[in-house]
Design a protein around this ligand. Structure first.
Ligand code: AMP
Ligand code: TRP
Length: 333
């Protein structure tokens, strides 16, 4: 069975950037790749590379799990699980660090950005984070990894590591390919549209959370920063705000940016924003309803237990083989 692997960090409430760049894509791919098995997890080990309040972390882990289901992930070809519940992830991370060069990690833009934002110490796990991520993927011999644009560099490193190990020990890991959505791979902040919409932005007005009330959603979109030339055109460099709203609308409606520009080119910004706001409200409504149902039903725990059992079987075997392959432990048969 071929595998598709991806994860999301439980670092606060999810926003439409993560949804459009990642979860909505998983739902689409589940339809398109019916013969693949999906291993989707909550990357809690990644979350603790930056200090977290433990009560908030626990709450967020449950919330992300329920949101995955509320967003429409089907459980037939899916193992949904929590990363830290499978020890092989930590083990694989260490083993892959033994194949990763300092120079490679030093080049990672996400590390540089996150390290710069840290006021206190920068942990060594923030630095080795890409090796943990590579482990998440290589443990399951993923063929495809659906992610947003910001994870491209980590995926490239994962591929390099797989190739490095394969060259040294003979074919051992599947070399994974990224699956990055055509639109929605980089949703920008509503208040500073040259920056990515992010869970860690101090300004809450910069993002829309999946569980936000309809009126908050409308307010955020209506006050999104745009420009003064009054034209609806897709031009991320010169018109980042309007281009971002076009991307959001396109990722939601599945209509191309071109079609949308044609439809709205003679519309004023206020009317266009109303269209975008209503599209977002309509998209998130069933998700919010389903979220509350999922939370009430208690089905999340059953699904996470099943996901864990399945993923663990695969991961355990792979880590045992890898230990053996590189010469660790006693010689086995
Ligand atoms: P994170 O929430 O940082 O764990 O990211 C989870 C997934 O969502 C990854 O595949 C990211 O690439 C994607 N993602 C996060 N923020 C955005 C954004 N603003 N636009 C598009 N994709 C995003
Ligand atoms: N690093 C990813 C992010 O911040 C989350 C993640 C962790 C991931 N492990 C992964 C994504 C493995 C894909 C595959 O967005």
């Amino acid at each position: 069975m071929k595998h598709i692997v991806s994860g999301i960090q439980p670092t606060g409430s999810l926003n439409i950037g993560t949804y459009l760049g990642s979860i909505k894509n998983f739902v689409r791919l589940q339809e398109a790749y019916k013969d693949h098995h999906f291993l989707i997890f909550i990357a809690d080990l990644h979350a603790i590379t930056i200090p977290r309040d433990r009560a908030e972390l626990r709450k967020s882990i449950k919330e992300v799990a329920a949101l995955y289901l509320a967003c429409g992930l089907k459980t037939d070809n899916l193992s949904l699980f929590i990363q830290s519940e499978i020890e092989a992830h930590s083990q694989m991370s260490y083993l892959l660090q033994c194949f990763t060069y300092m120079g490679e990690l030093e080049r990672m833009t996400q590390f540089k950005e996150k390290a710069q934002r840290q006021e206190k110490g920068v942990t060594s796990s923030l630095f080795t984070y890409p090796a943990l991520m590579a482990g998440d993927i290589l443990l399951y011999d993923a063929e495809y990894v659906p992610v947003g644009d910001d994870q491209k560099q980590h995926l490239e490193l994962t591929r390099d590591l797989a190739i490095r190990v394969n060259n040294r020990y003979g074919d051992f890991f599947t070399v994974p390919k990224p699956l990055i959505p055509k639109v929605g791979a980089r949703i920008m902040s509503l208040t500073e549209p040259t920056k990515k919409m992010s869970k860690s932005d101090d300004n809450i007005k910069s993002r829309i959370l999946l569980l936000d009330d309809d009126n908050i959603i409308r307010k955020r979109i209506m006050s999104a920063v745009t420009d003064t030339d009054g034209q609806i055109r897709f031009d991320p460099n010169n018109k980042p705000g309007i281009s971002n709203l076009l991307s959001i609308l396109s990722a939601i409606t599945n209509e191309s940016i071109e079609t949308l520009v044609n439809t709205y080119k003679d519309t004023d910004y206020k009317t266009f924003k109303e269209v975008v706001a209503e599209a977002v409200v309509k998209e998130l409504k069933p998700i919010k309803e389903k979220y509350h149902e999922v939370i009430k039903s208690g089905e999340v725990d059953t699904i996470l237990d099943q996901g864990k059992a399945h993923a663990e079987r695969i991961a355990r075997k792979k880590i045992a083989k890898f230990n053996h392959k590189i010469g660790l432990g006693r010689k086995q048969k």
